[in-house]
Design a protein around this ligand. Sequence first.
Ligand SMILES: Nc1ncnc2c1ncn2[C@@H]1O[C@H](COP(=O)(O)OP(=O)(O)OP(=O)(O)O)[C@@H](O)[C@H]1O
Ligand SMILES: Nc1ncnc2c1ncn2[C@@H]1O[C@H](COP(=O)(O)OP(=O)(O)OP(=O)(O)O)[C@@H](O)[C@H]1O
Ligand SMILES: [Mg+2]
Ligand SMILES: [Mg+2]
Lengths: 246, 246
Amino acid sequence: MKTIAIVNNKGGVSKTTTAVNLGAGLSRKGQKVLLVDLDGQANLSQSLGAVSDGIDMYKVFKGDIGITPHKINENLHVMPASELLADLELELVSEFERERFLKNALSEIEREYDFAIIDCGPSKGLLTVNALTACDDIIIPLQSEYLALQGVRSLTDLVFRVKKSLNPKVRILGVLITMYDKRKILNKSIAAEISQHYPVFETIIRENVSLAEAPTAKSDIFNYAPRSMGAKDYENLTNEILSKYE
Amino acid sequence: MKTIAIVNNKGGVSKTTTAVNLGAGLSRKGQKVLLVDLDGQANLSQSLGAVSDGIDMYKVFKGDIGITPHKINENLHVMPASELLADLELELVSEFERERFLKNALSEIEREYDFAIIDCGPSKGLLTVNALTACDDIIIPLQSEYLALQGVRSLTDLVFRVKKSLNPKVRILGVLITMYDKRKILNKSIAAEISQHYPVFETIIRENVSLAEAPTAKSDIFNYAPRSMGAKDYENLTNEILSKYE
Ligand SMILES: Nc1ncnc2c1ncn2[C@@H]1O[C@H](COP(=O)(O)OP(=O)(O)OP(=O)(O)O)[C@@H](O)[C@H]1O
Ligand SMILES: Nc1ncnc2c1ncn2[C@@H]1O[C@H](COP(=O)(O)OP(=O)(O)OP(=O)(O)O)[C@@H](O)[C@H]1O
Ligand SMILES: [Mg+2]
Ligand SMILES: [Mg+2]
């Protein structure tokens, strides 16, 4: 199993949208995919209608249960979040190895899946550190705007700190430019600046309202609007990512 | 002094953009305004070029200094954030009255300003609770999209919990619909749904790229693009809010 964490403490940059649609894209190519919702907002769970009935990631961190996901279809499973996740940072203060809880939980099911994709909330706290410790690769979605660009340096600093002590093999697979509108000079100039300093995916996710509508239908973009720009872009991203693992 | 907290744990809904431009709007009307950056990303500080030189809100919470802001102009001052703010939740675990640190710090300077506006990060943690405890009123910026709508209920629950124990006088001044594009059916239908359940400002902030560009020039929208839709919308918001205090 390959584990990919979708991380950026800047809010609203398409972390959840990327986790849902990359997961769905990979599963449509025959890969068995586990989506893990690590954000107390539970947006990933809501996007696919897998809201928690008490069996969620909070219980996994508390050691009550193992990973027992909702089955969206044969190849796509979701382990939902609970609002209580937001309290874990304080609850786990004195636990040993608190950064490795997720890694240990995922190791129990790693033979059942080809990919695990972890959606993180807009934070650099303990849950995000757990995701960075558990994963092989990191995708950093980034809206090509000025405020989002400011935080990338401090995010990559966190990744290097985790790499040095908790997860030596972790690598940044790439920065994914999202919500891109080629008519906006700002998007063009910031995207050009990003690619000078960071490894950037060839695929760019364009601004496309179908991506924002799909969650109302509890659906990924391929089922909701298969001929939309959003579906094309996430299809391209899926292919680009698969090619990195051949 | 009236204290307004700009709060929403959903990321990227225009909290910082609203704090900067409402603050600037009020200061242009002759009000003396203090902007407080309570987010470790320090986007508010960056937006106005008031990045911390060590005199920041982290030091205030640690009790080292009082509020000693940067002066943007005569009527607009900014107390910057520091990246270290993100660590405060754990550092203040055993401090007494940790929810009231901000309220106490603001009470020392309340005679110097007409308004204090607090920009919060995308979280419901201790810093946001401090803002909810210190403020008179709350503005909830909300992108009129499906995922953003999901979290409002749990945010208002937090407000009622703070109201019951820490700050009985706090009230929700309104929900501010942001990044609105009237061509998008999704925006129209979600905005209609929001106004059925929550008090909504008459002013709607439209999607306008000038608002995303202004921070590159370390400027508010009125100085950066005075004739833009963004400047008009935040001017309307400023007037609407001032009318609530007459
Ligand atoms: N390419 C896109 N085009 C248009 N809308 C998009 C696109 N990607 C995401 N959205 C919408 O933008 C909003 C923010 O995206 P999303 O919630 O995925 O970001 P996030 O980084 O997960 O946010 P948070 O920091 O709160 O977890 C959502 O309403 C989503 O539906
Ligand atoms: N009305 C608008 N039209 C166009 N762009 C906007 C508008 N409001 C904000 N933006 C841009 O959208 C992005 C998100 O806005 P902003 O950073 O203010 O949100 P936030 O809620 O403070 O995010 P966070 O949750 O990370 O603190 C920024 O790049 C900002 O410049
Ligand atoms: Mg998300
Ligand atoms: Mg902000």
